[in-house]
Design a protein around this ligand. Structure first.
Ligand code: ZN
Length: 262
């Protein structure tokens, strides 16, 4: 069962068993911000109802990136402002249908027909408040910063910083409990993006999957990602063979994808 945890005053995180997904809710005096919407229409509707158990205030949505598990539940919140980095909208326009078919097939093949049906039923909602490098959002007595630190886990990762609470919701720039995912990644940009996250100075960082972490965890993951980036450079330059790189990678099972990435 999904449940809310309050990680700071008025900043809540909801964990799902499926994919160990974490979504966020930031509550101000006049409005609230839902950070990521889950992976299908049912998850989105359940999340919307769960938000209403916390607050009756009007909501806006921020999407950390376009991957289906973070962005496919948005319809349950429409009509409302949907914030994202500019590339997120472009990517949903380009790959949304494809992602929908791919993941519906994935769950059907795993025998999870109900989940497959819910993904197939998704009506994609495109973000309409587009951010380049940053934006500020006033929720009433509380300003939230949206920041983009360049291509990393995707080409459009958006982090949500709540300065008065010392919390950053980092999407899949940070991953706890499983290796970072490189399917659409830019390994060379990722360490720098985490420098950007660390420079915000927040004590609590909420990953897109897994438990909230501290700055020391982010620094360790940053060092691992820097090593992955270095190994990718050495493989691309012919200095290192793929097998040697895999052996030295902190995420051997993800390394081939990382090396194939841009
Ligand atoms: Zn992702």
């Amino acid at each position: 069962m999904a449940r809310w945890t309050e990680v700071a005053d008025g900043v809540l995180v909801r964990r799902y068993e499926e994919l160990d997904l974490s979504v966020g809710l930031v509550v101000g005096a006049e409005g609230c911000l839902v950070v990521d919407t889950g992976g299908d229409a049912g998850q989105g509707a359940g999340l919307a109802a769960a938000v209403r158990e916390v607050t009756p205030l009007p909501w806006q949505v921020a999407l950390t990136h376009s991957h289906f598990d973070h962005s496919f539940g948005t319809e349950a919140f429409a009509p409302c402002a949907v914030w994202a980095q500019r590339g997120c909208r472009a990517d949903l326009e380009a790959t949304g249908k494809e992602q929908q078919q791919k993941w519906a097939r994935h769950y059907r093949e795993r025998g999870e027909q109900e989940v497959a049906d819910r993904i197939a039923a998704v009506r994609l909602v495109l973000p309409d408040r587009l951010v380049d490098d940053g934006a500020e959002l006033d929720l009433g007595g509380r300003v939230v910063e949206l920041r983009h630190f360049g291509p990393a886990h995707s080409d459009h990762d958006l982090v949500v910083h709540v300065p008065d609470a010392g919390v950053v919701l980092a999407g899949d720039l940070v991953e706890q409990g499983a290796p970072p995912q490189f399917g659409d990644a830019f390994p060379q940009g990722w360490p720098g993006a985490l420098d950007g996250v660390l420079a915000l100075g927040a004590d609590v960082v909420v990953p897109g999957h897994g438990d909230p972490v501290d700055r020391a965890f982010v620094r360790r993951q940053r060092a691992e990602l820097a090593l992955v980036a270095e190994l990718c450079r050495e493989v691309a330059g012919g200095v290192l063979g793929p097998a040697q790189a895999v052996a030295r990678s902190p995420y051997p099972e993800e390394f081939t994808l990382a090396a194939l990435a841009r």
